[in-house]
Write a protein that binds this ligand. Structure first.
Ligand SMILES: [Zn+2]
Length: 341
């Protein structure tokens, strides 16, 4: 168990990251059961994944589930708001009255932990109440070698870690496991790697000398290959806001390297929301005033402009349509065609 709170009285925050299926919940459940985190509040961000089973983490643990998008991009505002609420609640209690010591944030498998840490540390309120303890990233020993070949996000997660924990080591081929460990050490030389077996953290045997890392291809955006085009997507009234943000989150993760800018106004129950992204970073949504008749408004409600390369308006429309159908939230949007810049 770590020291309760930090020496200056701020709450400690542990960010738990890792790809889909890397074993985050299993490990966390075990660590909570062992009391590693003291008086802890767990925030689970599930983005567009299968709904979390609260019971998995044990009913004794205080949990907040953030399901409105990935906390590193579209769900960033929700995360900041949830953390601020925890800080407010804690400030109202006297120092010795069961105050929280620790927050654990279990990120979605799509999240870049570095973007989350950056968002928290650049929040003027949160920096006074929360100190980042460490970023722990779970690594699926069976699937990580393939992910690291093709997924920039997989590499970004490794690079963001203070501590790497490998899962499924007991069912991995020893030579492949050695090569993966050498690859992790190459990507992030400063962070130790441990193993988790059924949630229990264990040391790994020393890496045999001369174990070589996997050759990793360069993953670069297709800069300069295709023209940059703005694409207008009209969001049907029947598409709900939650489905739209989840879809946008997934889209930016999959194609953020090609999607340079997204901007538009979407009608939500809360009002007219201005949505803006730059690459994979989503800016905090802002509520706009209602348009004044004859006021020369340049933005049309429920129209979102995507600027990037290598995609078509029809691709976006089909993708959003499938996503909305799949999540049972609305029907097909209409689109305008791409126009060269
Ligand atoms: Zn994200």
């Amino acid at each position: 168990m770590t020291d309760p709170a930090s020496s200056d009285g701020r709450m400690r925050l542990t960010v738990l990251g890792g790809y889909l299926g890397s074993g985050k919940t299993t490990w966390l459940r075990h660590q909570l059961h062992d009391g590693r985190f003291g008086r802890v509040h767990v925030i689970v961000n599930e983005a567009a994944e299968t709904p979390v089973d609260d019971a998995l983490l044990g009913r004794a643990t205080a949990i907040t589930v953030l399901a409105g998008g990935c906390a590193c991009c579209t769900g960033r505002g929700d995360l900041i708001a949830a953390l601020r609420r925890l800080c407010d609640d804690r400030s109202r209690l006297p120092a010795d009255h069961g105050r929280l010591d620790q927050i654990v944030l279990e990120t979605s498998g799509l999240a870049d932990p570095a973007a989350i840490v950056d968002a928290i540390q650049s929040d003027p309120v949160l920096v006074n109440h929360i100190v980042l303890d460490e970023t722990i990233v779970m690594v699926d020993a069976l699937h990580a070698p393939a992910q690291l070949q093709t997924e920039p996000l997989g590499r970004a997660q490794i690079e963001a870690a203070d501590q790497l924990i490998l899962t499924k080591v007991d069912v991995s081929d020893p030579a492949a496991l050695g090569q993966l460990r050498a690859t992790l050490a190459m990507l992030n030389p400063s962070s130790p790697a441990m193993a988790s077996v059924r949630g229990e953290t264990m040391a790994l045997p020393p890496l045999p000398p001369g174990t070589s890392a996997l050759p990793l291809p360069q993953l670069t955006a297709d800069a300069g290959r295709a023209p940059m085009v703005p694409t207008h997507l009209t969001i049907a009234d029947s598409i709900d806001w939650t489905a739209f943000t989840l879809w946008l989150s997934a889209l930016l993760h999959a194609r953020g390297d090609k999607m340079v800018r997204v901007k538009g106004v979407v009608r939500t129950p809360a009002g007219r929301l201005l949505v803006q992204t730059v690459r994979k970073v989503v800016q905090s949504p802002e509520i706009l005033p209602e348009p004044v008749a004859g006021g020369g408004n340049s933005v049309v409600d429920n129209t979102v402009i995507f600027i990037g390369r290598g995609f078509l308006a029809s691709d976006l429309a089909v993708s959003l349509h499938h996503f909305a159908e799949h999540s049972g939230r609305g029907s097909a949007p209409a689109t305008g065609g791409p126009e060269p810049v």
